[in-house]
Design a protein around this ligand. Sequence first.
Ligand SMILES: [Zn+2]
Ligand SMILES: [Zn+2]
Length: 258
Amino acid sequence: MVHFLVLSSGSCGNSYAFYDGTDTIVIDQGLTFTGFTKRLLSHEIPPSSVRAIFLTHLHPDHSKGVGATQRKLNIPAFLSDISLKMSQDVIAKMRMSSDLLRSFHHGETIKIGDFLITAHRSYHDCPGSSFYIIENAGKKIFLLTDTGQIPYEAHAAADDADVIFLESNYDVDMLRNGPYPKRLQDRISGGYGHLSNDEASFFLKQHAKLRAQVYLIHLSENNNTPEKARRCSSEKLRSGIFLTVCERGESYEGYIDE
Ligand SMILES: [Zn+2]
Ligand SMILES: [Zn+2]
């Protein structure tokens, strides 16, 4: 059985944990080390079970806690070879431990305990960004966030996923009529920005299988509301799919049974 946790999502910090009773794999660590361990412990996941952190990209809301977590738990952080090569200055600024940094190429699968973690490219304004497929005991988890468009590899990967974590960042009308300057609006809605509620819900309609657990993540504070994100996806999803909307900064947990 895999016990999974949205520790937090949104611009205040993103982090996800997957625990199989022996090992924990973490995707992104944009929280303080204290906040991270507190949230793990409150859901009965021992911080000492964390074996590795995998990074979607190096924006601070996904990576600012990585350095401290690496050092305190003595664990590796994985990122794409492109991120590693292109972002040395960011890595130094974030005080990540270079001895504990590992890289992969997109398409590669890494095995940690009974977890198989496969990374593919995503489309974001941060070089070498990635999305992940995590497998354990024949179950499959899909996690795609911070992308301006749906990567080719995401289509087949989501079809048979038991759990889908998908960015539903903004409502198109709220973004266009909101307080952001035009340039920033264009960045968010562009091909290397974020997924809108419409884009996320269309993808889910195409791919979420019956009985899939779907989590909408990384909702914008200024350009979205949990109600709008929920309405947009639930209108398109057929029945028999379990939808959770992750409010900014809140924790959520779930299980995948064998
Ligand atoms: Zn980002
Ligand atoms: Zn982000």
